[in-house]
Design a protein around this ligand. Structure first.
Ligand SMILES: Cc1cc2nc3c(=O)[nH]c(=O)nc-3n(C[C@H](O)[C@H](O)[C@H](O)COP(=O)(O)OP(=O)(O)OC[C@H]3O[C@@H](n4cnc5c(N)ncnc54)[C@H](O)[C@@H]3O)c2cc1C
Length: 597
């Protein structure tokens, strides 16, 4: 069975030493997050993930979910009890305001904890994960009455939430949506239509499920401009707030799928179900984006979470598995062979994995702190800056972290050789589970288009200018520090490649938009490399400073510096390849006739 130990020491280093979370003590909720509290929360969360959720990961994969004859869905053995433990511990409402029953702690803590949940059991984590997204939309766009009705029960884990966008004919292109909403005299709507691929659409973990459903009000404009968002509870609510009868909502079937078997993926039928408008008519996409931005960070974290657990298992296996001798001479001559960790090619994979997971952990925390500033700061300029950075980098978090997270799972499987392909070790499950994160929540190709087509140009390019300013400040502050200066120089080279790629688009994509489309995935990954490089320079600087002070765990800090150097020497140079591909334009990509494929 795979092993997992939550990387609490690394998380604490990221939060306290790299990002100095204490300097945000003026933000609401942050003063409650003292170093001791953060440590206690993470250690408690780690225990839950290691002892309760992780042992159910393979169970969930083998058993999957079952749709019963009456349309109800049974989750795998143990999920119900684990969900109760999770909810009673208050983990679902970690960063939700206290007025709704949450703990009001920073979102940053919730995001970090989410990594541990995913590593332990991604399928399980999606039930509270979807609920978090639905709660975010209600907090931001719901009326006071809606907040009061739904949030406390969702925070407590009594009810869960979902996101219903996809229909058979409507995936990426939401303008094709057909589910309809007919206004009723009492102000509610009757919702009818079929949604497919709905995660956690039906299950036995909670007494009600609050579906957030996109639909088109009768007579609304065609396309995206005619879409509204509705709250559609599976069961109606009685006057006293208790759960009533079924509300015309049913699970038509469960999808058979490649991975995340422990999470139910449902075809959902809405048959004159009573729904309540959330936000304004025809402005559903705006409300949905709140949920989607939350979900995109969450899905990016899935790439990190699976990458981390896969890495841990690969590292352990590489220390144990005896095959061949080290090129430089036997390392363990008393044994029949050396452990495979002596081989540079195994090291290459392990170091690639490690630079990803540690870099991504810092990147997630950095993004989540910006999310907290955006939601909680009273300083308009500070909020604007965080908003610009998050808007720019959300597609990178989702797209790059899930692409590299999947590659990390594949590399970890490769370290196991043939044993990685055999179910017993659990490595093939990580590969299967990680794959979906590249597809849902907007396929990664579409994330790249969002970045290049919308985010770069928004507000006259203000986000990118802000980001370059941030990078330049870090490079300037690090360039003269011994042991870090050359890492900062490598970041500068990547940053310049990013600037050159942006300039190339400005000159070549206006006249031929295919040039933007052809380079968008490379551009997203180029920005991802720079974002990771940014985190590695910050991490190396923090490690170097602590070593100079003589504080902290010396071995941990030295390993951090070595890992930072590996990233800069062996991963960061890919920015040049990405730039070369982008600058080659779209001609050879678009030249073949469709029939020639
Ligand atoms: C297990 C699972 C769980 C899911 N959970 C949910 C859920 O909870 N709620 C929900 O609403 N949906 C959910 N989905 C749906 C998921 O979000 C969609 O499958 C996804 O957004 C892609 O839509 P599609 O499958 O229709 O692909 P399509 O939109 O048909 O895209 C096919 C390919 O074409 C590319 N493409 C499409 N348009 C463009 C374009 N303009 N330019 C360039 N490339 C383009 C895409 O990147 C993709 O590679 C889930 C799906 C799965 C498999």
């Amino acid at each position: 069975m795979p092993v997992y130990q939550a990387p609490v020491e690394d998380t604490l280093f990221v939060l306290q030493d790299v990002l100095n979370i204490e300097k945000y003590g003026n933000l609401p909720g942050f003063s409650d997050a003292s170093p001791d509290i953060i440590k206690a929360v993470l250690e408690e969360g780690a225990k839950l993930c290691e002892e309760v959720l992780q042992p159910l990961n393979q169970v969930g994969d083998h058993e999957g979910c079952t749709r019963n004859q009456d349309g109800s869905v049974t989750t795998p053995t143990g999920f119900k009890e684990a969900y109760k433990t999770f909810s009673e511990g208050g983990w679902g409402g970690l960063s939700i305001a206290e007025e709704f029953g949450g703990q009001g702690l920073p979102q940053t803590l919730a995001a970090i904890f989410n990594e541990y949940v995913v590593s332990a059991n991604m399928s399980f984590g999606m039930y509270p994960g979807l609920t978090r997204g639905a709660m975010a939309a209600i907090v931001k766009h719901g009326s006071d009455a809606q907040k009061k009705t739904y949030l406390p029960n969702m925070v407590s884990g009594e009810w869960s939430g979902t996101m219903n966008l996809t229909e058979p004919q409507c995936g990426t292109d939401l303008g094709l949506m057909r589910t309809k909403a007919v206004p009723q005299e009492d102000g509610s709507y009757k919702i009818s239509g079929t949604k497919i691929f709905i995660s956690a659409g039906e299950h036995d973990l909670t007494s009600n499920i609050i579906h957030m459903v996109l639909a088109r009000i009768d007579g609304a404009p065609e396309g995206m401009k005619g879409i509204s968002l509705f709250i559609v509870p599976r069961n109606t609510l009685n006057d006293d707030g208790t759960v009533g009868e079924n509300n015309g909502v049913s699970c038509g079937s469960l999808e058979e799928k490649m991975g995340i078997h422990g999470n139910s993926t449902c075809v959902m039928n809405y048959d004159d179900a009573t729904g309540f408008l959330i936000g304004e008519e025809n402005k559903g996409m705006r409300a949905m984006f709140t949920m989607m931005n939350e979900a995109r960070l969450g899905v990016g974290i899935q790439g990190l979470g699976i990458g981390e657990v896969a890495y841990q298992n690969a590292a352990e296996y590489a220390r144990d598995r005896l095959q061949g001798r080290a090129l430089s001479g036997a390392k363990e001559p008393d044994k029949p062979a050396d452990p495979i960790i002596v081989h540079p090619d195994i090291r290459r994979m392990l170091m690639n994995m490690r630079t990803f997971t540690e870099g991504a952990r810092a990147f997630v925390a950095w993004a989540a702190i910006n999310g907290d500033i955006l939601e909680r700061s009273e300083d308009e300029a500070e909020r604007q800056k965080s908003s610009d950075l998050l808007a720019l980098l959300t597609p990178v978090i989702k797209g790059v972290m899930t692409d590299v997270g999947f590659q990390t799972a594949v590399d970890a499987q490769q370290v196991f050789g043939g044993h990685g392909y055999i179910a017993e070790h659990g490595m093939e499950q990580f590969v299967r589970d990680a794959r979906i994160a590249m597809i849902y929540e907007g396929a990664n190709g579409v994330q790249a288009l969002d970045l290049v087509g919308r985010k770069l140009a928004a507000n006259g390019g203000r986000s990118l200018i802000t980001y370059f300013g941030e990078l330049d400040a870090v490079i300037a502050a690090s360039k003269d520090i011994e042991g870090v200066g050359d890492l900062a120089a490598a970041l500068k080279k990547g940053r310049d490649d990013l600037e050159a790629a942006t300039g190339w688009f400005m000159q070549n994509a206006m006249t031929n938009p295919d040039n933007a489309g052809a380079g968008s995935t490379d551009y997203m990954h180029l920005m991802g490399l720079v974002a990771f490089g940014h985190m590695w320079v910050l991490s190396a600087k923090a490690a170097q400073e602590k070593l100079a002070e003589g504080s902290g765990n010396e071995a941990f800090l030295k390993n951090k510096l070595i890992t930072a150097r590996y990233f800069m020497e062996r991963v960061m140079p890919d920015t040049a390849t990405r730039l070369a591909r982008i600058s080659s334009g779209s001609e050879s990509m678009m030249a073949l006739d469709a029939e020639a494929f």
